[in-house]
Design a protein. Sequence first.
Length: 169
Amino acid sequence: MIKVAIIGPESTGKTTLTKALAGQYNTVWVPEYARDYLNELDRPYVQSDLLEIAKGQIDSQKLKKKEARELLFCDTDLHVIKVWSEHKYGSCDPWILNQLKVQYYDLYIITDFDIPYEDDPLREHPEMRSYFFDIYRNLMKDNDKAFIVAQGDLKTRIKQAKKAIGALL
């Protein structure tokens, strides 16, 4: 099974690209667990919520993996939670850091911030998309992860992703 994680700054088309790729390959995709979790929370989130979100993301991925064909597309991974936790709270839960050491994806697709920002109540830093993009790209480089950067409109991003995925098939 080939696992692909789509990561990137806020409002850069991660979910749109993830859904589109799953459709292109007739397989399932793993939604971003944080979105449902935070929408159901009746208070502002705190750092311990990020651990629950990480666990929920992993559990969701395990469930969807059973349904997937030869490819599984994941709308985010624990790198995003790590980056967010370190940015907002100055640290990251050790459990999340340990999971990052053992999780494996065959490919990461980092979505560029070259598309218009769309406001959403869960988004916090529209002015920092470039900053977070650089962090994700450096994380992939520093940890020797296989990755591409998806840029342009959706059609162009799908074409870029399919080329990289084709090399794995």
